[in-house]
Design a protein around this ligand. Structure first.
Ligand code: FPP
Length: 251
């Protein structure tokens, strides 16, 4: 255990960590390499972060691997990125199983080729018995897409007379999102220096702590994750209440 790990309060770990993995292209460019090299090294960060989160006992890790908007990148980069994600997951399925990790996808994976989809579905099925860390991979995901889909489903149910408009609550909306049954993230981390949320989990991060770091994703490893958790633990989450109310509730 490193000195830094000891500074983490194991009683107050975030239950759910969401990450926007940004800066792969700039990391590679700053070394005079092709952008795609950044994605390849970024895979090592994914592995390191999954391992560290799993060892700490974090419940859920949600990684933004490919956004709806990423479909508009040059064809070569899109193909490379999706092939990389699919092949890495296929190779890592056994290791995830051994480590009790459960893999789930959030996103419009129907847009992938049937082979890619079948491979991802196989990884999910193979790891479905995992009772440790749940890794949610956002692939072909955007928040406005999933909210639109949820609204369509609810409108359909209403049109069929199965629900009444007044039956729609925050819980019904949550349960029609791709993250149904996953608790909301406690912290959203974005690497790569930008400070925005880029159409990621907009509904779910209503009360999440936001953590921005300049570190490019390929350099974001265990120490950087621990640093984010330590920062998170130094904050007071009030959920709209006053400090005094929070202190009284804790007693
Ligand atoms: C953002 O960097 C990163 C992505 C769009 C892809 C992230 C994907 C990986 C790290 C591979 C994931 C693999 C698995 C198995 C989940 P960018 O290209 O937008 O960088 P830039 O902002 O510097 O251009």
């Amino acid at each position: 255990m490193t000195h830094q790990t000891e500074r983490i309060d194991m009683q107050r770990l975030p239950r759910h960590i969401a990450i926007i993995m940004d800066g792969n292209g700039r990391w590679a460019r700053s070394r005079g390499n092709r952008r795609t090299d950044g994605h390849i090294v970024g895979v090592e960060s994914v592995r390191a972060v999954i391992e560290a989160a799993s060892e700490l006992g974090i419940g859920y890790l949600t990684l933004y691997a490919f956004s709806t908007e990423n479909w508009n990148r040059p064809r070569e980069e899109v193909d490379m990125l999706l092939n990389l994600i699919v092949s890495v997951l296929a190779n890592e399925t056994e290791g995830m199983k051994r480590n009790n990790v459960r893999l789930r996808m959030i996103g419009d994976i129907d847009r992938l080729t049937p082979e890619a989809r079948a491979s991802l579905e196989n990884s999910m099925a193979e790891t479905s018995g995992g009772t440790g860390l749940q890794v949610n991979l956002a692939i072909s995901y955007s928040s406005r897409w999933e909210i639109t889909e949820a609204m369509k489903k609810l409108a359909q149910l209403a049109a069929e007379g199965k629900i009444k408009p007044e039956d729609i609550t925050e819980e019904t909306i949550s349960s029609h999102l791709t993250t149904a049954s996953i608790p909301d993230p406690d912290i959203l981390i974005r690497t790569g220096g930008e400070q925005r949320v880029s159409n990621y989990l907009l509904w779910q991060i209503a009360y999440s702590e936001l953590y921005f770091t300049d570190i490019y994703w390929p350099d974001f490893r265990k120490e950087a994750l621990e640093q984010a958790i330590i920062d998170y633990q130094s904050r007071e989450r009030r959920f709209g209440l006053t400090s005094d109310q929070i202190k009284t509730a804790k007693k």
